[in-house]
Design a protein around this ligand. Sequence first.
Ligand SMILES: Cc1cc2nc3c(=O)[nH]c(=O)nc-3n(C[C@H](O)[C@H](O)[C@H](O)COP(=O)(O)OP(=O)(O)OC[C@H]3O[C@@H](n4cnc5c(N)ncnc54)[C@H](O)[C@@H]3O)c2cc1C
Ligand code: FES
Length: 279
Amino acid sequence: MKPQDTQPNLPRLYRVQQSRPETYDTWTLESEPVDGTDGLSFAPGQFNMVYGFGVGEVPISISGDPANPERLIHTVRSVGAVTKALCSLRRGEELYVRGPYGTHWPVEAAVGHDVIVVTGGVGLPPLRPAIYHILSNREQYGRIVLLYGARTPQDMLYTSELKRWRARFDIDVETTVDAAKHGWHGNVGVVTTLIPQANFDAQHTKAFICGPEIMTRFTIAGLLKRGVTTENIFVSLERNMKCGIGLCGHCQLGSVFVCKDGPVFRYDQVQPFMSKREI
Ligand SMILES: Cc1cc2nc3c(=O)[nH]c(=O)nc-3n(C[C@H](O)[C@H](O)[C@H](O)COP(=O)(O)OP(=O)(O)OC[C@H]3O[C@@H](n4cnc5c(N)ncnc54)[C@H](O)[C@@H]3O)c2cc1C
Ligand code: FES
């Protein structure tokens, strides 16, 4: 038995097998455990605490396929010291990983329903495992809609994968950018403008939302207007974290801790706290 089996909060050493630029500021890292043990089983929407040597530790969602957990995949946007250090890691370099932690997208409860996924910017990586799961079990679900917004075409993640998904006939993929120069032939406008035309049955739909908080709030309003009920809307929230396991109180939001009660919440559970940035 490995120490991690009895002490799940012990950091495990991983080695980067591949680091790939997604955009000018966002990289995808694929890593494997240095000790040769099995990869981490995880549920779609869970996150790791990831430690960049000598710099610090931050929460990063797992963005790979839950059916193939051998390689641990994270997509990281460089916004500060730790994420910059993680984005600079190259093949053969090492990082420490704790977790997986947190709640997950309710892909089982969504069986038999339509699913609409609405996401913006670096909100797509936490939802990608749910999309993989749904597409691998496609016959269990109704209509599937993915609405994805980015600031500009250059900020769009996973462009080849989006193209592949768009080519399928069993998922509606719509993308948009806030602003574009000449050469962009797609939608322009915030992602919420795609909601009124989206093809789903509001009475039988589960909605998964992840993105900047302002986007999340307007998306919820758009979905409620279409008739989706609050108990069928799920949001992934971000708060600054330190321990990731419900001990330090850093991520407290009203009566909940985002690290252990979330990050995925049913909307009616967090509705009263949604406007508060930090408590
Ligand atoms: C559950 C969870 C999952 C996450 N998944 C991912 C992911 O898959 N990919 C990814 O790139 N990022 C993800 N993040 C955000 C990531 O943790 C932060 O970008 C990171 O902590 C910033 O640390 P830093 O040292 O690089 O920058 P800092 O110097 O700490 O911050 C740089 C800037 O980013 C802002 N910032 C810091 N933390 C957050 C945050 N949590 N939310 C919003 N703004 C923040 C700061 O206010 C500051 O303006 C996730 C966060 C949470 C809570
Ligand atoms: S990060 Fe410490 S309690 Fe959530």
